[in-house]
Design a protein around this ligand. Structure first.
Ligand code: HQG
Length: 182
């Protein structure tokens, strides 16, 4: 991705997942922003950002993790996952693969062993069905450690899993008994 696309993608993550108010934007309860309003407000209030409809479409199509989606009529945009805002993504529970991975940093392990995985600032705990993604996610915070989760045992105990539109798996919390720490 070009520097401009990366910078704009980070800006969109901020306003569509966490702080729309930084540009005076409001999301609806499903996390959608009106594209016209987003463009006008971003270009008025965020000095280093110059949004266009074409650029937004390019980011939706090319983003390495498919972080954003357009509404079917093309008038709205939202983040596919990663929110700290309380939005309803309308995800139905899904049967998870037998193993899901969570990448974290070694310095968090003692705490995770005690309290399990908690969503922290975000709405959900984020999981992946492949080790590579977990490694990349974990190394953002230090020495990456890959945790494996026993999803079948969790399912049999009533825990629910959801899959975001970009393939990321989500769950509300994971108690320590289901976490395999290497
Ligand atoms: C850790 C990115 C101590 C957790 C990624 C993580 C993902 C605990 C950190 C998405 C803990 C939270 C989310 C506990 C969890 N004690 N630490 N009990 N429970 N943690 O960024 O999962 O690239 O909020 O292991 O790719 O790292 O932005 O969550 O290290 O999909 O699109 O607390 O964000 O997506 O960190 O990442 P985060 P995450 P994007």
């Amino acid at each position: 991705m070009s520097k401009q696309l990366t910078q704009t993608s980070k800006f969109l993550s901020l306003v569509l997942r966490h702080k729309p108010e930084t540009i005076g934007l409001a999301l609806d309860n499903k996390g959608w922003a009106d594209i016209e309003e987003l463009i006008t407000k971003a270009n008025t209030r965020a000095t280093d950002i110059q949004l266009t409809r074409t650029l937004l479409h390019e980011i939706v199509a090319d983003n390495d993790k498919q972080r954003f989606a357009l509404s079917t009529d093309g008038s709205k945009i939202r983040a596919n996952q990663g929110h700290s805002l309380d939005v309803n993504l309308e995800l139905a529970p899904q049967a998870a693969p037998d193993i899901l991975y969570h990448g974290t940093a070694s310095r968090f392990l003692s705490s995770i062993a005690k309290t399990g995985l908690i969503p922290g600032q975000r709405q959900y705990v984020h999981l992946s069905d492949n080790i590579d993604t977990a490694k990349q996610v974990g190394q953002r915070y230090g020495k990456a450690v890959i945790l494996t989760l026993d999803t079948q045992k969790m399912t049999s105990r009533g825990y629910k899993f959801y899959q975001a539109k970009n393939g990321v798996w989500l769950t509300h919390a994971v108690p320590p008994e289901f976490i395999n720490i290497p």
